[in-house]
Write a protein that binds this ligand. Structure first.
Ligand code: F6P
Length: 347
């Protein structure tokens, strides 16, 4: 009987998921497996929502955003009945191993599930690029590309109207998108959750630009920043997603109003939102997803479970999920300092 492996995508979607699914299916088939698609993340395992994936069913999806399997933020570890159901469904379907494509939440759940005796291998994806154990996650490059393009477009209109343009980008706890795109797009201020900057400092630095003859400014801010000077981004109790994550209420708009008021310079705000997660993946993300998909199947084939495949110094390597979920990957302070250095005006 042909051995079966299951593949699922969990958490927020991003560009490149389909390329990873395609690679898992094609390399799985090449290794003699039958591949089963599990729909809507862990939820599909709890509800036995699955589809067979064939060479034909993944044809033409490498360039498509989103995930053909659907996704959800369902966390199976919250409920022991869900774990029993997952074990039963896997047994019923004859699936002997799982490939779990997810960000930090999904991979944390994967670790717990694997400790409960379910053989699996993880693949890291998230536009935030904050998963430990890999230099880069699927979806990050595309998000940075989209944000960089937005900054380029904001530059020309900012210049014409002599305005401050605030661009709010995603990043709950991680400012990696803001930092990378801020560098690439030549932003004047980059505000990230990992580095505290006071409103006075931001105003001083923008003022210095104006004194130096610059007539516009671009401020990129990650949605998750919070510090005492940039007033409360707190959410009303209850306003949380399935995983208990706070839903943000708009630091960009707050910052825009505050800057306009303090500096007396006309300011406009753009909140890029889910545009960063949609559309066609970059060539880099397609190649990365393909490499990781193949590597995950290699690990399954080798019987090396409870691990995540990732990029370490441009080589694909596997790391134990245990070490992945125990650590976080913050911004490199040296890179932040480099971004400040080239922003131009120093105060
Ligand atoms: O975790 C990835 C991410 O894109 C975060 O940067 C963002 O805060 C969150 O997902 C938004 O998720 P949702 O799809 O629930 O709005």
């Amino acid at each position: 009987m042909t051995a079966k492996i299951g593949v699922l995508t969990g958490g927020g979607d991003c560009s490149g998921l389909n390329a990873a699914i395609r690679a898992v299916v094609r390399s799985g088939i090449a290794k003699g497996y039958q591949v089963i698609g599990i729909q809507n993340g862990w939820q599909g395992l709890i509800r036995s929502d699955t589809i067979p994936l064939t060479d034909h069913s993944v044809s033409g999806i490498i360039s498509r955003g989103g995930t053909i399997l659907g996704t959800s933020r369902t966390d199976p570890v919250k409920n022991s009945a869900d774990i029993s159901e997952i074990k039963r469904v896997l047994e019923d379907l004859g699936i002997s191993a799982l490939v779990v494509i997810g960000g930090d939440g999904t991979l944390r759940a994967a670790h717990e599930v694997s400790l409960l005796g379910i053989p699996l291998v993880g693949i890291p994806k998230t536009i935030d690029n904050d998963v430990f154990g890999t230099d880069i996650t699927i979806g990050f490059d595309t998000a940075v590309f989209i944000v960089t393009e937005a900054i380029d477009r904001l530059h020309t209109t900012a210049e014409s109207h002599h305005r401050i343009m605030v661009l709010e980008v995603m990043g709950r706890r991680s400012g990696r998108i803001a930092l990378a795109a801020g560098i690439a797009g030549g932003a004047d201020e980059i505000l990230v959750p990992e580095v505290q900057v006071s409103m006075d400092e931001i105003c001083r630095s923008l003022n210095a630009r104006y004194r130096a003859g610059k007539k516009f400014s671009i401020v990129v801010v990650a949605e998750g920043i919070r510090h005492e000077d940039i007033a409360s981004t707190s959410v009303p109790e209850g306003d949380r997603d399935e995983c208990g994550h706070e839903k943000f209420v708009g630091i960009g708009n707050y910052l825009g109003k505050e800057l306009e008021c303090r500096l007396g310079i006309e300011t406009r705000v753009t909140v890029l939102g889910h545009v960063q997660r949609g559309g066609s993946p970059t060539a880099y993300d397609r190649v990365l997803a393909t490499r990781l998909g193949i590597a995950a199947v290699d690990q399954v084939f080798a019987g090396n479970f409870g691990c995540m495949v990732g990029v370490q110094g441009n080589r694909i390597a596997a790391a134990p999920l245990e070490s992945v979920v125990q650590q976080s990957k913050g911004i490199d302070p040296a890179e932040y300092a480099r971004a400040k250095l080239v922003a131009g005006i120093h105060v």
